[in-house]
Structures are given as structure tokens and as C-alpha cells.
Design a protein around this ligand. Structure first.
Ligand code: ADP
Ligand code: MG
Length: 266
């Protein structure tokens, strides 16, 4: 295993949207698997107390000893919490304990910087975050302290959003939060783009919304949109992403294309 030079740090991308069911978790697992296929060392961080990403990678949160909760609230290192999963992915798992983390962090000074500091890691550690090329953070459906930690730790934010929801004001609200973070917590945070998900290309409405959303919000729209496909529902049941359960599906192909485009611009 090639060790990353000490001064190198991975690219950190947060996938955030305060709405549930917009394919944040699916996109983290699928883009992560696509980056790993392309030879990158990938770390996924489950920052949602519902632990859907942890489940979807075949891990029962009840069996987890050190999770992101201990990293954020008890000073555990990322390396202590990392689990090695299928498809060449490493994961910092979540458990339901994380539901109490916001309240624990709230009175602490610098509460938004805890994840960022943890990702700086201990440089000599074999499993230090510096050894990864890419870190993907799966946010919970809220704009609370956990999501602020993700946005503060990140170089870029990707906003997964079903085409039908692109017209709603949730996008503007999230982009306002991102602007606050850029102003106060993390000047270097970049809006990588909106990732259109659950896309039904046969719907004229979906096509129209997609055509106008980039201009409307002044942010990039990632391409191609991720098509809605029944194959996605099957993947988490077996602890692997759609990239290995449905290698040749349109959805897997779309995630590979988006991942390749992201690598190219990095
Ligand atoms: P979030 O993390 O934003 O709550 P999820 O990734 O858990 O969203 O996805 C919500 C639901 O939509 C899940 O049941 C998932 O399997 C399904 N889903 C995600 N992407 C697709 C897709 N492209 N086609 C069909 N179903 C999808
Ligand atoms: Mg989720």
C-alpha cells in the first residue's frame, strides 16, 4: 500500500440536503464504489443517526464498537472507527447514539470544527485520513450541527435532488446555509453542484425543471442525471452498492460517469 505523503490531504465531499429520500445515501455508496473502481482510496463517513449507509454496506450498527459518535463526542480518532467493507470501501459507521451528538456538541466551543479536526488525523497512523484520496460524507436530513460539521470539513458540497423537487425552496434554503458556512466557518467550501437524482427522462416536467435549475440558482448541475431504476432498491439488501449488484444498469453507468467527471475536474 502506497502511503500518502504527510502534507497531502484527501478531497472531502459532503452530500447534503435537508430533505430525506433524495438519494444522498445511495449517491455516497455509488459514487464511492465508482471512485474505488477507478483506483482511488475512498473513505465514506456516515453522519446520519439512522445509519442507512452503514446498513447498506452490510454492517449492523448494533455491533459497531467505535462509531462517528465517539469521534465527534469522545475524541476517538477516525482510524479507531474505520471498518473495511466490500468493493474496496472504508467506512466510518454511524449508530443511533449519534442522535444525541448535537445536544452534546451544542455547548462546546468550536463545535462545528470537530469533524474537520478529526479528519486532519494523526499523520503517522496507518489508517490516517491522509491515506485516502477521497472522503465522502453522508449527511443527515437536517441543517443542524452535524451537517455544519460536514460542510466545515468539506472542500466541496454536492446536493442530490430529485428533478421534481428542484423547483421547491429547499434548494435555496440549503444554498443559504452553504453561503453562511462559506462566510463564517469554511471560506474554501465550493458548491460542486446539484446532482439530479430519481430522474425520469420520460417526464416533460422533469426535463424542463432540469434545463432551468442551474441558471435559477447560479450553481452547476452535474451530468448525467441519475435515472430512476428499480435496481437501486435491491442493492442495500445485500450490503453492496448498485455498482456491483447491477453492474450494467443505467443507474450504475450514470454514477460512473458523474464520478469520472468529478475526478477530471479535481
Ligand atoms: P436519502 O439518503 O437522501 O434519504 P436514499 O439514498 O436513502 O435517500 O434513497 C431513498 C430511497 O430511494 C431508497 O429507498 C433508495 O433505494 C431509493 N433510490 C435512490 N436512488 C434511486 C434511483 N436512482 N432509482 C430508484 N430508487 C432510488
Ligand atoms: Mg440517507
Amino acid at each position: 500500500v502506497r502511503r500518502a505523503p504527510k502534507d497531502r490531504r484527501p478531497s472531502v465531499l459532503a452530500l447534503a440536503n435537508q430533505k430525506g429520500g433524495v438519494a444522498k445515501t445511495t449517491s455516497v455508496a455509488s459514487l464511492g464504489a465508482a471512485f474505488a473502481e477507478q483506483g482511488r482510496r475512498v473513505l465514506l463517513i456516515d453522519l446520519d443517526p439512522q445509519a442507512c449507509l452503514t446498513f447498506s454496506l452490510g454492517i449492523d450498527p448494533d455491533t459497531v464498537e467505535t462509531s462517528i459518535h465517539e469521534v465527534l463526542t469522545q475524541g476517538a480518532s477516525i482510524a479507531d472507527a474505520v471498518l473495511h467493507c466490500d468493493e474496496g470501501l472504508d467506512l466510518v459507521p454511524s449508530t443511533i447514539d449519534l442522535a444525541g451528538a448535537e445536544a452534546i456538541l451544542l455547548p462546546r466551543p468550536g463545535r462545528e470544527y470537530v469533524l474537520r479536526t478529526a479528519l486532519e488525523g494523526a499523520p503517522d497512523d496507518e489508517a490516517s485520513p491522509a491515506a485516502y484520496d477521497i472522503v465522502l460524507i453522508d449527511c443527515s436530513p437536517s441543517l443542524g450541527v452535524l451537517t455544519l460539521n460536514a460542510l466545515t470539513a468539506a472542500d466541496g458540497v454536492i446536493v442530490p435532488m430529485p428533478a421534481e423537487m428542484l423547483g421547491h425552496r429547499g434548494v435555496g434554503q440549503l444554498l443559504d446555509t452553504v453561503a453562511d458556512v462559506q462566510r463564517i466557518l469554511n471560506r474554501d467550501l465550493e458548491v460542486v453542484g446539484i446532482l439530479p437524482t430519481l430522474y425520469d427522462g420520460r417526464s416533460r416536467h422533469a426535463r424542463e425543471v432540469l434545463a432551468d435549475v442551474g441558471e435559477r440558482y447560479g450553481v452547476p448541475v452535474l451530468d448525467p442525471p441519475i435515472p430512476k431504476t428499480i435496481r437501486f432498491a435491491e442493492a442495500p439488501a445485500v450490503g453492496r452498492s448498485i455498482l456491483s449488484t447491477a453492474r450494467t444498469s443505467k443507474g450504475a453507468a450514470a454514477y460512473r460517469e458523474v464520478a469520472a467527471a468529478l475526478l477530471k475536474r479535481a
